[in-house]
Design a protein around this ligand. Sequence first.
Ligand code: ZN
Length: 79
Amino acid sequence: MIKRQNVKVIENKETKVSCSGDEKSGKHPLIYLTVDEGRAECYYCGRLFVTKDVHERYLKKTRKDFKKNKTNVQRKTNY
Ligand SMILES: [Zn+2]
């Protein structure tokens, strides 16, 4: 059931996020999630919330991986 993850970047200072789904993943009741170590995942729609810091780290890592192996076009979402 893991499809391409819907990721939303949030401010570093955010400690709580709300989610009610979206057009792509489907709507669900509004819930609040606690941001833990810069990330939170919605258990309804699977949307992933990450802080800018975590997101930047991820982008750097992805770029490095991409340089290392140019044929590797499969991008993993490993936050
Ligand atoms: Zn959700």
